[in-house]
Write a protein that binds this ligand. Sequence first.
Ligand SMILES: *[C@@H]1O[C@H](CO)[C@@H](O)[C@H](O)[C@H]1NC(C)=O
Ligand SMILES: *[C@@H]1O[C@H](CO)[C@@H](O)[C@H](O)[C@H]1NC(C)=O
Ligand SMILES: *[C@@H]1O[C@H](CO)[C@@H](O)[C@H](O)[C@H]1NC(C)=O
Ligand SMILES: [Ca+2]
Ligand SMILES: [Ca+2]
Length: 324
Amino acid sequence: MFSIKFSFLLISANVIITFGEPPKQFFRPDYEKYMPETDSFYKIYTQHKTFDDAKETCELDGAELFYPEDEDEAKAVISYWQETQRFHWIIIGVHAPFAPDVFVTIHGDSINTVYKKWGQGEPNSFQVLKKCVILRHILSISDAVCNHLYPFICKKRASTIRWNSLCDLPNRSYKYVEQLGRCYKFHTNPKNWTEAFRACNAEQGYLAIIDSQAEADHLVNITRMANKEDVEGSYLRGAIHLGFVKKNSVWRSIMGRPLKALGYNMWGTNQPDGGDRENCGSMFFNGKLNDIGCNQQCFFICEREIPLLENSINLRFGDYGVVQ
Ligand SMILES: *[C@@H]1O[C@H](CO)[C@@H](O)[C@H](O)[C@H]1NC(C)=O
Ligand SMILES: *[C@@H]1O[C@H](CO)[C@@H](O)[C@H](O)[C@H]1NC(C)=O
Ligand SMILES: *[C@@H]1O[C@H](CO)[C@@H](O)[C@H](O)[C@H]1NC(C)=O
Ligand SMILES: [Ca+2]
Ligand SMILES: [Ca+2]
């Protein structure tokens, strides 16, 4: 009885995911706060970061570093963080990147177009070259040093969400692959393995793990199709970071399973060859695996599983057994 009900639940959930409008008032599970007044979602980051790192963290989430549009929003966000946090200020998305007295938002608009209630005597440190702005809980702003560490808040305007129904996340650059029942995104901005791992995680995916020859073939395909020829900078061409690493001499996926237990274990010629210098996992453009230095900058692929959809495909093909 229970299993039948469960199946119906999956079918109806699938209808919403596949054909429905994007779920209303939802961005990501970690953006818990929605404010109708601003039609936006907010997430508090308690780990203190510099302006650049805070800004990048929000961007990896698909959001932006918060700054108040007006006093109402400043008040609302201050009360929100004070519900749970003890800190008295946050760094916001306003800075003076080119001249010490010209403050603009991260979008380049003048501070005169947004909330700008300077505290008494502020701004006051014009000798500092790279200047940023903090919002204090007493409802005022001050200039501050961009490279110091502050807590911060990311914001996502609901109107800018582009829902990806098939992959069930708010980013259309993930592509659903029916044959594999999951989604992939090829990143053409080279990062080292650690940062690539972080970027996939921030997007609600994970650094891709090859579980079958079909999946390897597909990753080779999307690598071939990726718009990667014009990417400049110093990075290692020819390899793509994947979700496996060497721990205590054993290669394992980032989910913990030994590589040998996965459905795909094809190393490139003479690989692995890096010994202690190469403890991270990658593949060559032909899909063969390669050990690589974790500090090596490369392209990378993120993978995303969609459990509901996978189940619904099984349902569509009549394989009810798999649902349980
Ligand atoms: C989706 O990914 C693209 C490509 O990396 C990125 O430019 C964009 O900001 C992302 N959008 C969201 C909403 O995360
Ligand atoms: C790879 O691309 C070829 C040619 O475009 C296509 O026929 C094949 O089905 C693709 N394979 C996978 C696994 O995506
Ligand atoms: C990866 O890059 C980040 C940012 O550039 C850097 O802070 C970090 O030390 C690098 N990690 C490795 C293992 O090279
Ligand atoms: Ca996989
Ligand atoms: Ca190698």
